[in-house]
Design a protein around this ligand. Structure first.
Ligand code: SF4
Length: 331
């Protein structure tokens, strides 16, 4: 995938393998879990890229490897053109301040023994951004920004609903004035009625603060209202990437077609006609992915070549629109 000006983040050939070791005294590596296996994409400043796929396909690992919370096995991650994988110590710490993460589970990601004021203010302390009265004012400003009452500073996380806790998590992420946020399934654990409120809040914050998001979700309906472009991931690889409308109107990859067939349509007449594509079998182990196309064990359109040759990652878009897909049907 080519690197262009205007990109905030450029990821090229990113791999994240976790070794499996055996032995009690001498540990030796016997295999690798290929959680992320050579993915490439870029995100423009102010854009939201949705990253969608089933649980365990490597979405969250991708987010963590981009933020260098995991040291990637191979590949390049450039932020503002600077290579993050080569940074260490204070340089990396300074760069990380510009990139934050919002976590999936608002119940587990907040320390239950800390007050809201200390949860939101902690990043200000760690990065020495404010102290005393300025710190208190900044915390109150952040709470207001995410739609919470600033007088809640002395309350504890258990006193809040799931949606409010996610707002606290968002306020904490915003404390250090980041440019880029990895939203790791931020609405999956919330009630459906609250999901739209959190998505709207993230959109408002993006407009107000010029934020760029990588928005991770496990189904396409969740990314629909927030993503400019969507990348579909299967077993450690991105199989399709284009703008949301094109993906929705003209999905190319058989896996995307199956995912889309599971999204309910809000028109009762069309919904009645909706044909579900049911995928047979389980997702293969990332320790031993199939040879050739890694979707070949479940693909309803599998051909002989798919079991032997890895499909190319190519742009099949028309009229200047980018539409990347990895599938032999389009070669
Ligand atoms: Fe299916 Fe073959 Fe395309 Fe893979 S390359 S998605 S197995 S048709």
């Amino acid at each position: 995938m080519p690197e262009n000006n205007g990109q905030l983040l450029h990821v090229q050939g990113l791999k994240m393998y976790f070794p499996i070791t055996r032995g009690i005294i001498i540990q030796r590596k016997v295999a690798d879990v290929k959680a992320v296996d050579g993915i490439s994409f870029s995100i423009k400043s102010g854009e939201t890229l949705g990253l969608v796929g089933e649980s365990g396909c490597g979405k969250s690992t991708t987010g963590r490897a981009i933020l260098q919370l995991y040291k990637p096995t191979a590949g390049s991650v450039k932020f503002h053109g600077d290579e993050l994988t080569e940074m260490k110590g204070e340089t990396l710490r300074r760069e990380r301040r510009r990139m934050q993460m919002i976590f999936q589970d608002p119940y587990a990601s907040l320390n239950p023994r800390m007050t809201v004021g200390n949860i939101v203010g902690e990043p200000l302390d760690v990065h020495k951004l404010a102290s005393g009265r300025a710190r208190d004012e900044r915390v109150q400003e952040l709470l207001r920004l995410v739609g919470l009452n600033p007088y809640f500073v002395n309350r504890y996380p258990h006193e809040f609903s799931g949606g409010q806790r996610q707002r606290i998590g968002i306020a904490r992420a915003l404390a250090v004035d980041p440019e880029f946020i990895v939203c790791d399934e931020p609405i999956s654990a919330l009630d459906v009625s609250v999901q739209a409120q959190v998505v709207n809040l993230l959109k408002d914050l993006q407009n107000e603060l010029g934020l760029t998001y990588l928005f991770i979700a496990h189904d396409l309906s969740m990314v629909r209202h927030i993503s400019d472009r969507v990348a579909v991931m299967y077993l450690g690889k991105i199989v399709e990437l284009t703008d949301y409308q094109t993906l929705y109107d003209d999905p190319k990859h058989p896996y995307t077609q199956a995912l889309l067939s599971a999204v309910p349509i809000p028109d009762p007449v069309i919904e009645k006609e909706r044909q579900r594509v049911i995928l047979e079998g389980d997702v293969p182990s990332p320790t031993n992915p199939p040879t050739g196309c890694n979707f070949n064990t479940r693909c309803p359109r599998v051909m002989d070549v798919c079991r032997k040759v890895d499909p190319k990652w190519q742009d099949v878009g028309e009229a200047g629109k980018e539409h990347w897909v990895a599938c032999h049907l389009y070669e």
